[in-house]
Design a protein. Structure first.
Length: 271
């Protein structure tokens, strides 16, 4: 498949005009500890690596994704989660991206959900591309992760803007007294999910951290369901939320003060 991408010359000129403002595609690893109530001792130190918002098209960046995959693997995670938006508009781009993502390695597997752009880019093709390389999709479904004598329940929801997310369905098989890590593309829906005391942590993307954030102004634009929790760690009732800035870009191939991110989240006991 051959994709056509826009010229980057106007972007380069704009970057030079901004001077000292932090610009560009340098990948950042954000390391965060997440205190979990009643965490089984066997899960203390459990490491989750989150990647999100690859947006492969129309700004071709497959080599950058390869570098991100290598970086994630070097962290030696227990679990890797992918929180949606693999493409922007061209569904067939997933057949270039998915084989690269298949190189991700984690002791307890790699799990994925879909984002709003995936839903609008021939979602059947996106699902096919991910599944044919062995990536596990969680769409209103969950998976029990067992470590020694401890358990963690990983749940994934359908997209909040274009899908039909159902927390009830996703948690139907959740064992009693087991903390839930919830994958949900749009972060602002945590206000609803935090009402369920089982949800210890929600992992989201969607916002790109604002993508273009100017000093004294902040993010120039934020998407629907991503305006309240722009990026980083939040406490919402008894639930933790982490919003990942993602790997790729939309609209223009430019980030300002919102660098691409891989998140390493380490679970610790809060007792």
């Amino acid at each position: 498949m051959s994709l056509i991408y826009p010229s980057l010359k106007p972007i380069a000129s704009f970057q030079r005009s901004l001077g000292a403002v932090t610009i560009g595609q340098k990948l950042v690893i954000e390391r965060v500890q997440i205190p979990i109530a009643n965490l089984h001792p066997a899960l203390a130190g459990f490491k989750i690596v989150q990647m999100s918002d690859f947006h492969l098209d129309p700004f071709y960046q497959l080599e950058f994704v390869r570098q991100a995959v290598d970086t994630a693997n070097r962290l030696q995670p227990d679990l890797i989660v992918l929180t949606g938006d693999y493409v922007s508009h061209i569904g067939a781009a997933i057949f270039e991206l998915a084989p690269v993502l298949a190189g991700l390695n984690a002791k307890h597997g790699v799990y994925a959900i879909l984002g709003n752009h995936d839903m609008r880019s021939k979602v059947k093709i996106i699902k096919q591309g991910l599944r044919q390389v062995g990536l596990s999709l969680l769409i209103n479904a969950g998976q029990t992760i067992t470590v020694g004598g401890g358990q963690l329940y990983l749940a994934g929801l359908d997209d909040g803007l274009w899908g039909k997310p159902s927390l009830k369905t996703a948690l139907a098989d959740c064992p009693a007294a087991t903390p839930v890590v919830l994958l949900m593309h749009e972060p602002d829906l945590v206000d609803k999910h935090a009402r369920d005391p089982r949800v210890a942590l929600q992992l989201s993307g969607h916002t790109h951290g604002g993508q273009i954030c100017l000093p004294g102004i902040g993010a120039l634009t934020l998407p629907d369901l991503g305006r309240k929790y722009q990026g980083g760690l939040y406490r919402v009732q008894q639930t933790w939320l982490y919003t990942n800035r993602g790997i790729g870009c939309t609209r223009i191939p430019l980030r300002i003060n919102a660098p691409p991110e891989i998140t390493e989240l380490t679970l610790v006991s809060n007792s």
